[in-house]
Design a protein around this ligand. Structure first.
Ligand code: AVI
Length: 346
């Protein structure tokens, strides 16, 4: 359970609340004007000439995050389980490769469940700090609950976008500490390839030489397997995708008729990715008052909501070099092609 709020102050851009328990602190660096940004991103994406788009980062409101958690249990979607298996099996070996003392930051921590193995392995040799960076406050709260039994760690959470949060972490770190950044679950795959490398280079710029990045990457696999993973029999991924329209309805007063859009998963061979779209079942008009928008959809027209890029193991080494890292080690799961990669900042 969280303790009482002991410190809350407002600055121009952010609201900061610190909650304390006996030994842990979570700072919530909240971003104001979030719904304004949402409205403008929705407007930009849906008025783009040619292909309409919505950014995939907006999948993860409370309902979307819960649906993603269910996806991670689906038999067709082995990605999360592969990530977890590798972390569980190799946490000690990963930690042994790092200079001590080390502090851990996680970009998109979710509930912090995956960081547990790494944190336990570090906590066996030293006290450490864990800095989860998340745009979801409820996920940060879950992090604290999930990890509250590990002795010897302090948790400071940042309710921020990845790079803003990492900059805060860099400002908090002690000089003597190495930083290990976790970017798990192949979230990197939701950037297109050049943007993914640019993002990794930005992470590198915030780090010091010798710091490390543990990067999860989903690997290439047969199309049939991929299509099932992103269009499961129970329709959970369809609900996850459609929740984006439901969220626009809830938060921006829109009138999307969810029954008139269908979830579609498509392979993009050139991009080596799988895409998710929402396809209009008929000609229709949608109003989004809070984004000052009236949209026409043709029958069969789609909104592109996500791309999930898949990698070859060798390509990951090149990505590391292109972003200013060296890939020191790579672990590949035997059941689901997925790699955990340890990058060292050069
Ligand atoms: C979070 N991300 C890596 C997931 C993926 O596989 O691209 C999101 C997801 N989309 C559909 N299913 C899962």
């Amino acid at each position: 359970m969280l303790g009482h709020t002991v410190n809350a102050h407002t600055t121009n851009a952010h609201t900061t609340n610190a909650h304390t328990t006996n030994s842990r602190t979570i700072n919530f660096q909240a971003i104001r004007n979030f719904s304004c940004e949402f409205a403008s991103d929705v407007r930009d994406g849906l008025t783009r000439p040619g292909q309409k788009e919505l950014p995939s980062k907006y999948f993860y409101d409370d309902l979307g995050s819960a649906l993603f958690e269910v996806i991670s249990h689906l038999p067709e979607y082995g990605l999360t389980r592969a990530d977890e298996r590798l972390l569980q099996r190799h946490a000690c070996e990963i930690v042994d490769r790092l200079d001590a003392p080390v502090a851990v930051a996680e970009l998109g921590s979710g509930s912090g469940k995956k960081a547990r193995w790494i944190l336990e392995a570090i906590a066996r040799r030293q006290r450490t700090s864990y800095y989860p960076v998340e745009i979801s406050r409820s996920a940060l709260l879950m992090c604290q609950r999930e990890l509250s039994d590990i002795d010897s760690i302090s948790i400071v959470g940042f309710e921020r976008e990845y790079l803003d949060g990492l900059l805060e972490v860099a400002a908090h770190r002690q000089r003597s500490q190495h930083l290990l950044v976790l970017f798990l679950g192949s979230t990197i795959g939701n950037f297109d390839r050049p943007a993914g490398i640019k993002f990794l280079a930005e992470v590198r710029r915030i780090l010091e030489p010798g710091d490390s990045l543990l990067l999860g990457t989903d690997l290439e696999k047969p199309s049939a397997q991929l299509l099932k993973a992103y269009d499961d029999e129970l329709g959970v991924t369809a609900a996850f995708n459609l929740n984006l329209l439901a969220r626009v309805n809830r938060e921006l007063d829109a009138d999307f008729d969810l029954g008139q859009f269908a979830h579609v998963a498509r392979i993009n061979r050139q991009a080596r990715s799988i895409e998710m779209h929402l396809e209009s079942k008929r000609r229709q008009t949608v109003r989004i008052p809070a984004a000052d928008l009236r949209l026409e959809f043709a029958e069969g027209e789609t909104i592109w909501t996500e791309s999930s890029h898949k990698y070859s193991p060798e390509e990951v080494f090149q990505m590391a070099r292109a972003a200013g890292f060296r890939c020191q080690a790579q672990w590949i799961d035997e059941q689901w092609p997925f790699a955990e990669n340890l990058f060292i900042a050069e």
